[in-house]
Design a protein around this ligand. Structure first.
Ligand code: CS2
Ligand code: MG
Length: 408
C-alpha cells in the first residue's frame, strides 16, 4: 500500500476548511482535517510544500513510523501549524488502514467502549431571556448537556463569540466588504466576574439540578480571578469551567485548584503531550480539550488521553464548527473507543459544509454515533468544493477598556 498522491484541499463553505487527501497506488483514499482557524493557509503551505512530497512512495500502513518521521524529522517540534499537519496525515492514514481492513475506524482502535458519545451544544444570549430561549432550543434539539455563554452588562454582544453565525472576521468573508481584518471587542474582567454567578443562579433555577452545564472563560482571567470564579460557581454544579487562564504556564493552575472544586477543562489551543505534562501529572485539570485535528491526529491525541487516563483525567474534545466534519468524525471514532471519554463538544455544521463533506455519523437524543462505513465514513465532494473558494477570515482581537490587547 504505497502512497501515490497527497492533495491539499482548501474550501470555504461558510468558513475555511483545509483537508488532506491521501491516495494509495491501489486507489484507496484517506482524509485528514488540517483546519487552523484564521491561519489556514500556513498549514496548507506546510503540507503542500514540505509534507506531501515526503509522503509519495511511503508505505501507507506505517502510521506510527510516519508520525515519528514528521514530528522528529522536522527538527522544529510542536506548534499548531506542525501538529495540525501531522494530524492530517495521521488521520488520513488511519482512514486508509480502516478502509483496507473493511472496518469503521473505531473497530481498529479497540472497538466500542460505550453505546454513543454524550455531546454538548452551545447556548448564548446577550440578556437572560435570550439565553434561556437558547437553552430551550438546544434541549428541543435533543442536547442533554449545554454550554452557557452570556453577555456582560456594558459590553457589546456575547463575549467569546464574535457572531452568532458565520466566520469570525470583519470583511473579506462574503458577509461584509473591504479587506479581511480581525473584528475588535472590548473586555472588562470585573464586570464579567460580578455578572456570571447571577446568570448561573438564574439558569439553574430554570433548568433544575440535573442538566450538565458548561462554561468557557476563553483564557481571560489571572489565576486568582479564576479561583474566585470557580468558587463562586460551585453552588451551580458545573460540569466544567473551560480555559480559565491562558495556561501556557501550567503551574498557574495550582493556585486555581487550591481554591475550587469546580471541574476544569483546558487545552483546545494546545497540541502535544508536553503541553499537558504538569496539568495531568498534578491533576490540575479534569478534561483534555484537544481535538484530533490540532494534537497530532489519532496517534497524538490517543497518547495524550492514555497519559490522562492514568491520572483520572478524561476527554473533552474540542468540536466547534471550525473542526471540519473530517476532524469531528475522527473524534467520534476515537471517543467511542477510549476508556476515559468525558464529553464531546458538538456544534454541527452548515448545510453548505455538508455539501462538501458527505458524512454518515449521527446526532440524536443528545448522543453522537459513528459511521458504520469502513474508515472514517466521510467523503469529500470536489465539485461542491469548487463553488466555495478560500476567503480570508480572522478570529477577533480583544482589548481592555483602556485599549490594551487582552486574550480573546
Ligand atoms: C471555543 C471555540 O468551542 C470552544 O470551546 O473556544 O469556539 C473557539 O473560539 C474557536 O474554535 C476558535 O477558532
Ligand atoms: Mg473553548
Amino acid at each position: 500500500m504505497k502512497i501515490g498522491k497527497a492533495e491539499v484541499l482548501v474550501a470555504s463553505p461558510g468558513r475555511n476548511f483545509v483537508t488532506l487527501r491521501v491516495t494509495t497506488d491501489d486507489g484507496l483514499t484517506g482524509l485528514g482535517d488540517a483546519t487552523l482557524n484564521g491561519r489556514e493557509l500556513a498549514v496548507a503551505a506546510y503540507l503542500r510544500d514540505h509534507v506531501a512530497p515526503l509522503l509519495i512512495g511511503r508505505d501507507a500502513g506505517r502510521i506510527e513510523d510516519t508520525w515519528q518521521y514528521l514530528y522528529r524529522g522536522a527538527y522544529w517540534r510542536r506548534g499548531p501549524v506542525t501538529m495540525a499537519s501531522v494530524a492530517a496525515v495521521d488521520t488520513a492514514l488511519w482512514d486508509i488502514k480502516a478502509k483496507a481492513a473493511g472496518m469503521p475506524l473505531y473497530q481498529l482502535l479497540g472497538g466500542r467502549s460505550r453505546d454513543g458519545l454524550l455531546a454538548y451544544g452551545h447556548a448564548r444570549g446577550a440578556e437572560l431571556p435570550e439565553l434561556l430561549d437558547s437553552i430551550r432550543e438546544r434541549r428541543e434539539q435533543g442536547y442533554r448537556a449545554i454550554r452557557v455563554q452570556t453577555g456582560v452588562p456594558g459590553l457589546h454582544g456575547t463575549y467569546g463569540l464574535a457572531s452568532a453565525s458565520g466566520p469570525r472576521a470583519v470583511g473579506g468573508t462574503g458577509h461584509d466588504s473591504g479587506p479581511a481584518r480581525p473584528a475588535e471587542e472590548t473586555w472588562d474582567t470585573s464586570a464579567y466576574l460580578r455578572h456570571v454567578p447571577g446568570v448561573f443562579e438564574a439558569v439553574r433555577a430554570e433548568v433544575g439540578p440535573e442538566l450538565p452545564l458548561l462554561h468557557d472563560v476563553h483564557h481571560r482571567l489571572t489565576p486568582i480571578q479564576a479561583a474566585r470564579l470557580g468558587k463562586s460557581l460551585e453552588p451551580y454544579d458545573l460540569f466544567w469551567l473551560e480555559d480559565v487562564t491562558p495556561a501556557e504556564n501550567q503551574e498557574a493552575l495550582r493556585l486555581v485548584r487550591q481554591h475550587t472544586t469546580t471541574p476544569l477543562a483546558l487545552g483546545e489551543v494546545f497540541n502535544t503531550i508536553w503541553d499537558y505534562k504538569t496539568l495531568v501529572q498534578e491533576q490540575l485539570i479534569d478534561y483534555v480539550r484537544s481535538p484530533v485535528t490540532h494534537a497530532g491526529g489519532i496517534t497524538g491525541l490517543r497518547r495524550i488521553l492514555d497519559f490522562a487516563a492514568v491520572h483520572q483525567v478524561k476527554s473533552g474534545m474540542h468540536g466547534p464548527e471550525d473542526i471540519s466534519p473530517v476532524g469531528l468524525s475522527a473524534a467520534i471514532h476515537l471517543g467511542l473507543a477510549i476508556p476515559n471519554f468525558g464529553i464531546q463538544e458538538y456544534s454541527g455544521h452548515t448545510a453548505a459544509t455538508h455539501t462538501v463533506f458527505r458524512t454518515s455519523y449521527a446526532f440524536a437524543g443528545g448522543t453522537l454515533s459513528p459511521s458504520e462505513q469502513p474508515g472514517l465514513g466521510v467523503d469529500y465532494d470536489d465539485d461542491a468544493a469548487a463553488a466555495f473558494p478560500y476567503e480570508a477570515a480572522y478570529l477577533p482581537v480583544n482589548r481592555l477598556r483602556d485599549g490594551t490587547v487582552h486574550d480573546w
